[in-house]
Ligand binder design. Sequence first.
Ligand SMILES: CC(C)(COP(=O)(O)OP(=O)(O)OC[C@H]1O[C@@H](n2cnc3c(N)ncnc32)[C@H](O)[C@@H]1OP(=O)(O)O)[C@@H](O)C(=O)NCCC(=O)NCCS
Length: 192
Amino acid sequence: MRHSMPIVTPRLILRPPTLDDLDSIQAAKEEAWPDLQRWMTWAFDNQWSRQAMEDSIRRVMDYQNQVGIALAGFHRINGDFVVRTALDSTDQQDVYETGYWVAPQYAGQGMATEAVNAAIRYAFGHLGARAISIGYFDGNEASRRIVEKLGFEKLRVAHKAATRCLDGAKLDRHEYILTSPDALPELDVLWG
Ligand SMILES: CC(C)(COP(=O)(O)OP(=O)(O)OC[C@H]1O[C@@H](n2cnc3c(N)ncnc32)[C@H](O)[C@@H]1OP(=O)(O)O)[C@@H](O)C(=O)NCCC(=O)NCCS
């Protein structure tokens, strides 16, 4: 077995989503939709529907046979859906790309930072990652702050490299890399 789930942090349980999670994740997605269309690479109009969410969950359910992993984070106390993140494989072996979005009712509580910190620790500690990459669109100050808090190193600004789903605007993409978990803020994380 390649993956060792779930990943447990002080406040979250992270694991690949299942169809049982469809309603709660879809509800949060609808609530977050304006921000998702502004800042996420995948949030085109055709991704709004419940069917699109179901399709996206079906694509990642067979995670033991996939290199990367999609993660949904649930509140350890009340079970609420809180955050999505992922470790996506890239064209470079053992380099994963991450991204994240938070259910609006849990925004501003450090949940994205906690979830991504845990996913990155899992990538280095269990998957044998040699680097994690992340990019955010120019103007996404909350995401910039998360990237900085996690200790990523800036690689470049890719000018007009991103297309905003909301309106097709071309935006600069700020690209970062992390090559070791050492710079991450301290966090108790277990998996398996
Ligand atoms: C970006 C997002 C994931 C943040 O989630 P979150 O759980 O609220 O994030 P955290 O609380 O872990 O950290 C956010 C940090 O940004 C800061 N922040 C929030 N809004 C900010 C703003 N407008 N300007 C500057 N900093 C801001 C917060 O204060 C916090 O930093 P701090 O811990 O030093 O106070 C969430 O707003 C979201 O889902 N946005 C839409 C999708 C998205 O943008 N995803 C990222 C794509 S790269």
